[in-house]
Design a protein around this ligand. Sequence first.
Ligand SMILES: Nc1ncnc2c1ncn2[C@@H]1O[C@H](COP(=O)(O)OP(=O)(O)OP(=O)(O)O)[C@@H](O)[C@H]1O
Ligand SMILES: [Mg+2]
Length: 282
Amino acid sequence: MAVSGTNSTVLLTGETGTGKTLIARVVHALSKRGGPFIELNCAAIPENLMESEIFGYEKGAFTGAVAAKKGKFELASGGSIFLDEVSEMSHALQAKFLKVLEGGAVERLGGTVTQKIDARVICASNRDLQKESTDGKFRNDLYFRLNVFPINIPPLRTRKSHFAQLCRYLTASISKRIGKNVLDISEAAIETLMSHDWPGNMRELQNVLERLIIISKDGIIAPSKAIHGQPDAKDTLNLSEIERRAIETALNRTGGSRKETAAVLGISLRNLQYKIKEYGLI
Ligand SMILES: Nc1ncnc2c1ncn2[C@@H]1O[C@H](COP(=O)(O)OP(=O)(O)OP(=O)(O)O)[C@@H](O)[C@H]1O
Ligand SMILES: [Mg+2]
């Protein structure tokens, strides 16, 4: 990545699960900055604690500040600071954050000493920050300051040309991780997966593939109706599908005896034989 070798601010945008956190780590790793990768999720920390988390504080800066604490900017010195869900910062904090970025220095709350910032700033948001700034929800000036090197990660449903390759790669790596020897994923399984919308993007695909790998037989992932956990309404209402499953289950339970299966299902042997052939259950 061209931007990795620089110290420029990177702004990652994309839906949930598209890989923003992963790419932030890659940008940091490729930058060869020896320092740490410090992460802060702006949505996970209460508003009143955010400022002290980012900038740190001196002893006695506020009630309860019994000892001095380093802020994330200081901790990330020599490395990268990753501010996730940056759109969730309050307007007041956005203003302070911008001031720090422009001035290139931080000061702990209640402190008097300013320290030069030596942290590469990487931000992420699953919102459209340009729109948020046009709508007045995110400060315009901060948006421009962060938007030095924007990387927008497209949703999985629009990455059809890479989809098969991605499924094969993930199948191999997940199989290795969980210690199951899966050799391949069938074309038909990839087709089935491709027709899904993937609102959870890469995270959802990973989870679904892991489930398919666990239930796979003979080292191959075959197309499965149950890939998304719950069978969808279409399947549940499809009578022939219900019939096929009932016959399959009964055949399994009776150890393949057609006579017994016909009796269990309450149909004639001839009818059963016809249906077995129709559904290709032989
Ligand atoms: N290109 C990729 N190849 C392999 N795995 C990937 C890829 N992109 C993302 N992943 C995996 O998908 C999962 C989700 O990625 P990540 O956590 O980076 O998403 P995110 O965009 O930060 O999501 P959120 O907005 O919910 O924080 C992770 O397990 C990550 O390792
Ligand atoms: Mg993330």
